[in-house]
Design a protein around this ligand. Structure first.
Ligand SMILES: Nc1ncnc2c1ncn2[C@@H]1O[C@H](COP(=O)(O)OP(=O)(O)OP(=O)(O)O)[C@@H](O)[C@H]1O
Ligand SMILES: [Mg+2]
Length: 318
């Protein structure tokens, strides 16, 4: 992405009236993207029945509302949004672990009715088996796939090495730190090698240095295996660094506010990308969306135009 483009995009972003902004702010993949649609979310709404505050009885709470999203095969999409806006709720629906209250989810054109082996998930809060050691946790999905013991061991060793848990293979989960547990969960999902990888803040509990190594490793694996990845994070830098597109969600109810195309060249190295003006600009744009700055900015610009117009002609109708 050239600097000129960035400036152009900046104008597009600021001037919300501009027709061309539609090209940039799209909730579907780029028109040039000929890859097949892997995941199609249509008007996904999820409500929960919760206790009525301060009163007797219950009420319906809308956690996410009318989420529409097309994700292409092999795409890396990150989801960001304020705490409680419904990111995990949406990911649970993508995994098939929970059902939408209304709307439909399709994977490979087929209506999703429950969990399936084509999707691997790294849940918020590890979800590891306490009665299994590190290696056995990582091998769990491979057992489901009926892979031989010898091959299971080879695969689990590869991912144990990758996440830096050599020497801890025989430890049980309660004997590990939070970051180590997180790494077991990541290794388990990767070892299982699903077509679609759903990751809910997978690096949140991992120390900063390991996090950077894991981000680059995840990109390397993704580039090699052509997985479709949906990745939730609270880190703007992480969201932009990893993604083809960043979906910014707003809260109450959770909706897709805007989708940002990240056309930074690949392969990406954090050290190089961090110094790139395009990366900083994209991160800033996501930051603004999360902080609702853009609405104020465009309102301010429209107000300024209105003032100028009124000076020229008091009857001007903008
Ligand atoms: N089982 C449930 N029953 C009632 N309300 C729920 C349930 N699960 C989630 N919620 C509510 O739905 C909303 C969205 O929750 P969710 O966990 O999806 O948010 P999130 O965006 O993942 O937040 P965080 O960034 O903190 O992980 C929250 O207000 C939460 O309280
Ligand atoms: Mg969550």
């Amino acid at each position: 992405m050239s600097r000129e483009n960035t400036v152009l995009k900046e104008n597009v972003f600021i001037n919300k009236e501009d027709e061309s902004s539609k090209k940039y702010d799209s909730n579907i993949s780029s028109k040039k993207d000929q890859r097949e649609i892997k995941i199609l979310a249509k008007d996904i709404t999820r409500t929960f029945t919760v206790k009525n505050r301060g009163q007797k009885g219950v009420e319906e709470f809308v956690a996410i509302k009318d989420i529409n999203l097309e994700i292409r095969a092999g795409e890396f999409i990150t989801l960001v949004g304020p705490s409680g806006c419904g990111k995990s709720t949406f990911l649970d629906i993508l995994s098939g672990l929970s059902k939408p209250t209304s709307g439909e989810l399709y994977i490979d054109g087929k209506l999703v009715k429950g969990p399936a082996l084509d999707r691997g998930i790294v849940l918020q809060g590890y979800a590891l088996f306490p009665w299994r050691n590190v290696r056995k946790n990582i091998e769990y999905g491979l057992e489901l796939k009926k892979i031989s013991k010898k091959e299971r061991k080879e695969i689990s060793q590869k991912y144990i090495d990758l996440v830096g848990l050599n020497g801890f293979e025989d430890r049980y989960i309660h004997e590990l730190s939070g970051g180590m547990r997180q790494r077991v969960a990541i290794a388990r999902a990767l070892a299982y090698d699903p077509e679609v990888l759903l990751m809910d803040e997978p690096f949140a509990a991992v120390d900063a240095q390991t996090r950077e190594v894991m981000q680059e490793e995840l990109l390397r694996i993704w580039e090699k295996t052509n997985k479709t990845i949906v990745f939730i994070t609270h880190s703007i830098e992480e969201a932009v660094f990893l993604a083809d597109r960043v979906a910014v969600l707003s809260a109450n109810p959770g909706e897709v506010k805007e989708i940002i195309n990240v056309d930074l060249p690949r392969p990406r190295k954090l050290g190089d990308v961090r110094n790139s003006p395009d990366f900083n600009w994209l991160s800033h744009k996501v930051w603004e969306l999360l902080h609702n700055v853009e609405d104020k900015k465009s309102t301010k610009i429209i107000d300024e135009h209105r003032n100028i117009a009124e000076e020229i002609s008091p009857t001007a109708n903008l």
